[in-house]
Structure formats: C-alpha cells, structure tokens
Design a protein around this ligand. Structure first.
Ligand code: SAM
Length: 281
C-alpha cells in the first residue's frame, strides 16, 4: 500500500517533500526504526478490529504499524502542518481516522466511539505525566496504555517503596494500573535524536484500583503531602496538607504508621490506611 515510514531515508524524504522543520517545543522526535515500531505493536498485543487511540501520530510512523496490524486507529495530532502530511502518508488506510486537536483538550470519549480501547503512543515527552494521568483519572474504558516515554520517567512509574525513584507518580500509576517496562530505546532510533534515553512501558489498567480508598481525592492529597518534602518525616511533611496536626497524628496512630518514617518508605496499602483513618470535618 504505502512504503514503510519507519526508515531513516523514507522519513527524511517525507520531511523534505513537505518542508517540515520539526518542533522541539511540541516534542517532535520521529521514530525511524521499524523494529521499535513492531516492538510497540507487539507489546500492545493488537487484535484485528480493535480500537486504538494514538496520541501524536507525527508523520504516521506508528499509526501505519498499528493499522497494518489490523487496529482501527483514532490518532490525535496537535500540529496543523502534520495533518496534511498524514493525509498523504496514510492515504488508502480505511482503518485510520486523524483528529486535529490537543489531546489534553479533546473530548476523547466522543472521538473514540468504541466500548473499550487501547492507548498506544510515542508521547511528546513535555506532557507525558498530564497525558497519562489525565487518561486514567477520566476513567475512560481503556484496557492498557503502551507508550514510549523518557526512560527515567518509566523507572519512576514502576518503582517500589524505599528507593529514590519512588514518588507520587509511582503511587498514582500503580493505583490505577499494573506498569511494566517492556524495552529500552536508544536516542539513535529517532530523528532528531532526543537528549535522553527512552523506554516503552505497558500499563495494564486494573478493573478496580490497587487499594480501597474511601475518598480518592483525600488519598492523593496524603500522597502528595508525604512526598512534598522528601527529606522530612511524615510528622513534618504531612503538615503541608493544611489540616490540624492532631488530625494527622490520630490518623497515623489509627493506621499504625510511625510518624518518624519518610513518605518514600510507604506502600500503597499504608497510604490508603492513613487516608481512610483521617476524619476530616
Ligand atoms: N508518533 C510519531 C512517531 O513515533 O514518530 C511522532 C511522535 S513525537 C515524539 C510526538 C508527537 O506528538 C508529535 O507529532 C507532536 O506534534 C505531537 N503532539 C505534541 N503535543 C501534542 C498534544 N498536546 N496533543 C496531540 N499531539 C501532540
């Protein structure tokens, strides 16, 4: 149908033909390695006819791989210059629909008209966290997210308590999903080469959150406060929640958590116990 886009010479030819100068601001680093595209498609375990939301199709590199695997792809791209490029590079694929818009603003449920879907993307790194957290918090019917992100951010998402990579992002991602790093990707797999290492992470969305919390907003307030000052004990860090010290002390006591511990040592179960023990008036 169309030549494989995930090649250095094909990508360069497309960029030259359409006179596209890539935007650093929009996180534009395009994949040029067919093996990586195939690896992402495999990690997403695409089944014929299932629906995939792709974020930031660029010139259509990954979109093409997904469509060839049989997915019905809805791809949201912000850069208007790329919309006309995509119309050409993906011409003939009837299972691809391009949406021009900002993924942080489009009404995803309305655009992706399917009972359940997967998210697959080589994300713009400057908004990795808002995109992933936004999709999870909206509680869209997403089965899994397979995304290329900065390797360091992927390591934070899968981190366990105790290490310096473990933080509010680890808790939030693990609350909603089971995350797993699939493989690392070197800068040479993109043009232009990004300054950082990348990794593909698969987050399988849980049927229900990892821990039972009575008040989700309060749970995340506790987590945020506990990590707000990493060197401080819970007794001190949790003061940033803006609730009375005795409320914090009572909650820690009821949850049987020693207030001289640091937030980074707490498991999701322990954070949930503190939030559930907190009686806010
Ligand atoms: N999928 C292509 C690939 O793998 O080669 C391009 C990936 S590139 C890392 C990220 C893409 O996201 C760019 O095409 C960029 O224009 C697009 N993008 C940036 N911000 C966006 C936003 N807020 N909403 C939708 N797309 C965005």
């Amino acid at each position: 149908m169309q030549p494989t886009i995930a090649k250095r010479d094909v990508t360069k030819h497309i960029l030259k033909t359409f006179n596209i100068h890539m935007s650093k601001k929009l996180g534009q680093n395009f994949l040029i390695d067919e093996n990586i595209v195939n690896g992402i498609v495999r990690a997403a375990d695409i089944q014929q006819g299932e629906t995939v939301l792709e974020i930031g199709p660029g010139i259509g590199t990954l979109t093409q791989g997904l469509a060839e695997a049989g997915a019905n792809v809805v791809a949201v791209e912000l850069d208007s210059r790329l919309i006309e490029v995509l119309a050409k590079t993906l011409e003939g694929y009837e299972n691809i629909r391009i949406v021009h818009g900002d993924i942080l603003k489009v009404n995803i449920a309305a655009e992706v008209d399917a009972p359940r879907f997967k998210v697959v993307a080589n994300l713009p790194y400057y908004i990795t966290t808002p995109i992933i957290m936004g999709l999870l918090e909206q509680r869209l019917p997403v089965d899994s997210l397979v995304t290329m992100i900065q390797k360091e951010v992927a390591e934070r998402m899968v981190a366990s308590p105790g290490g310096k990579e473990y933080g509010a992002l680890s808790v939030a991602v693990q609350y909603f999903t089971k995350p797993e790093i699939m493989f690392a990707v070197p800068p040479s797999s993109f043009i232009p080469s990004p300054a950082v290492e990348s990794a593909v992470i698969r987050c399988v969305v849980r049927d229900k959150p990892a821990v039972d919390v009575a008040d989700e907003r309060l749970f995340f307030r506790v987590v945020k406060a506990a990590f707000s000052q990493r060197r401080k004990t819970l007794n001190n860090a949790m003061k940033t929640m803006g609730v009375a010290g005795e409320v914090i002390q009572q909650a820690l006591a009821a949850a049987q958590i020693d207030g001289t511990r640091r937030g980074e040592t707490l498991s999701l179960v322990e954070f949930a116990a503190i939030a559930n023990a907190m009686q806010l008036k």
